[in-house]
Design a protein around this ligand. Structure first.
Ligand SMILES: NC(=O)c1ccc[n+]([C@@H]2O[C@H](COP(=O)([O-])OP(=O)(O)OC[C@H]3O[C@@H](n4cnc5c(N)ncnc54)[C@H](OP(=O)(O)O)[C@@H]3O)[C@@H](O)[C@H]2O)c1
Length: 346
């Protein structure tokens, strides 16, 4: 997609679309939201608490900030103390993610929604766990958490709704995406699975212009891995090429989708001074509206399974995101990385 086409889409979203405040009930539901101490994650937590969530877990790396968010939301919503908890998780550490997953499996009897929201956009190159940091946080750790908590979501589907749930729904796995994925060229797509992640990291280290494209690339990778997760859960693979995610409810119990909140005010671009100007020109949405987009996705229907949602409407997204062979190669690369790091005990 050309930059001009991307800008046209962005203007349409920012000036002519909006997202309704979520109204779905979260009573009797257990929900995890990562990166929920600030920004869109905190706004999503606020909505979900307002909508009656029985057990909401704020997955944050800074537990002091998490506790502040918790107290603020509890006070505003007059929600019971026990309805919100703060759990530590740092997505720049695979051990931390594995510990979080283990804790969830140990302490939760069900999981209705996993909202993988935590993400970074940094201008400073670093290699936590030996991989570039945006790749590590937005893609590798996000995949690690999502794929290792899918069985708990599946068990929740098998157990059915809690008696008295006013709005029974299948469990949801929502991973936050971005329209910037449309700008990603992903030059490493032709590498073998064995070399792909290392090539991304090396290119970001050695080429400043490639590193500037790393955030959009990370969101492209999110879509590729989500579609691969959906295809694999169907066990038969894509049935017929592009947009082949059909009738998923017949084969798979968890709805998996990728909401794009579009350009919003938040601290995501804290290291990028030009972002203030861009947000002004493109009429950035309030964080509250971004949070609405995430919560609506976390309660959306089967038509959103495996889909990218802009302003909560199914949107085709970039053509590369439908390349099932590429998605499979990416996920193979990620699984191999975890095997090498010995984090696959689940
Ligand atoms: N804002 C936008 O315009 C926009 C547009 C499209 C998509 N998104 C996506 O929306 C999601 C939320 O972003 P936001 O705009 O709300 O940004 P934000 O205000 O910067 O919030 C990001 C959250 O992720 C957490 N986080 C970052 N690194 C982490 C790590 N290593 N471990 C655990 N948590 C970590 C942050 O924690 P700390 O507070 O400790 O840093 C924070 O809670 C991201 O996935 C982002 O890519 C945002």
């Amino acid at each position: 997609m050309s930059t001009l086409e991307f800008l046209r889409g962005l203007i349409y979203e920012q000036y002519f679309q909006s997202v309704p405040k979520p109204t779905a009930s979260f009573a009797h539901k257990t929900v995890i939201i990562t990166g929920s101490n600030v920004g869109l994650g905190k706004e999503a937590a606020r909505h979900i608490s307002r909508l009656g969530c029985t057990r909401l877990i704020l997955g944050v790396r800074n537990t002091t900030a998490g506790e502040e968010a918790r107290k603020e939301i509890l006070a505003e919503m007059s929600a019971p103390e026990s309805s919100i908890a703060v759990w530590e998780v740092d997505l720049s550490s695979f051990d931390s993610v594995v510990g979080f997953v283990q804790r969830a499996n140990r302490e939760l009897d069900r999981l209705d929604v996993l909202l993988c929201n935590a993400g970074i956009n940094t201008v400073k190159f670093s290699e936590p766990e030996g991989y570039e940091s945006i790749l590590t946080v937005n893609v590798l750790s996000t995949y690690l958490m999502a794929s290792r908590l899918l069985p708990l979501l599946e068990r929740t589907a098998a157990a059915g709704p809690v008696p008295g749930d006013p709005e029974p729904r299948p469990p949801h796995l929502s991973i936050v995406g971005s329209d910037t994925h449309l700008l990603a060229k992903f030059p490493e797509q032709h590498e073998s699975a064995a070399k792909m992640l290392e090539a991304i990291t090396a290119n970001c280290k050695n080429d400043a212009s490639r590193f500037r494209a790393q955030y959009p690339t990370s969101k492209l990778l999110v879509l590729l891995m989500v579609r691969d997760l959906v295809y694999r859960q169907k066990r038969s693979g894509p049935s017929s090429g592009v947009n082949a995610i059909d009738k998923p409810e017949e084969k798979y119990p968890v709805i998996i989708n990728v909401p794009n909140p579009s350009l919003c005010h938040s601290s995501l671009t804290r290291e990028i001074p030009a972002a203030r100007f861009i947000k002004f020109v493109f009429h950035a949405r309030p964080a509250e509206m971004g949070g609405s987009a995430l919560v609506n996705a976390a309660a959306a229907g089967w038509e959103t399974n495996g889909q990218y949602l802009s302003s909560n409407k199914v949107n085709k997204g970039g053509s590369l995101t439908w390349d099932s062979a590429l998605g499979k190669k990416l996920v193979t690369a990620i699984e191999e990385c975890f095997k090498r790091l010995d984090t696959t005990e689940h």
